[in-house]
Design a protein around this ligand. Sequence first.
Ligand code: DHB
Ligand code: FE
Length: 285
Amino acid sequence: VAEVIWGLATSHVPSIGAAMDRGKTEDPNWKDLFDGYAPARQWLAQHEPDVAIVVYNDHANGLDLDIVPTFGIGTADHYRVADEGYGPRQVPDVIGDPDLSLHLLESLVDENFDLTVFQELEVDHGLTVPLSVWTPDPGDAWPCPVVPILVNVIQYPQPTAARCYALGQALGRAIRSYGEDVTVGILGTGGMSHQLAGARAGFINPEFDAMWLEKIHTDPAALAALSREELIREAGSEGIELIMWLIMRGAMADEVTKVHSHYFLPASNTAAGIALFDNRAPQPA
Ligand code: DHB
Ligand code: FE
């Protein structure tokens, strides 16, 4: 069987990737963010999985806005890095795991989650920035193959938080029913609070983010009870990306151990958060 060994939640702000790509991580306005990543990166380097599942959203780069699936899964053996307007990031292309993708797809469809299938997909900052947060210096290749799971968080009506949490729980069952003995890292990406356009552009809500960072660990069901409207009111129109953290969390055990978390304001126009959970550590009695 496959086993989820850790879950990593992280923001995917494009400028975090750009700061890394341009060697600016020691600049005064970035240093605290990257220092905050260090403990998670060290732990992750010692806990390399066989395969990673990255729950993310595309931002009209790999997909056109005229077709926006609510949920999707990549089944390719290879995902090219998308050109978002300045040329593709100079990071490795992403190697897929078609066998695991097809198993997850079948299992999730059998549980009534009818995912759209991407046999071809270019991946944007929503996927590559979280990989860089995990692995700052990938060299020629990322640490392991990746299965992308896509969520519509950019066009109304986004799926509910409850539906995302339920998808995560079904994903956990799908992983545990896989025939191969592999270890899995799962990433939930996006957020934290931000709003990029409209009258509230620049909106950030640290109180809400602090609540979310705590409850994603201790009480994800409470977060899953939030409505779409509450999420957009409290976290901003793009802060609703946080629902993808619930898919990651749902695939993990009810009780997990927090390895590290960090919160930084602002990265570009966004509250940047990271939270790393160990799915295997024994719980205190
Ligand atoms: C920013 C944040 C995002 O989540 C995104 O997808 C693009 C830009 C930003 O804060 O600049
Ligand atoms: Fe985004």
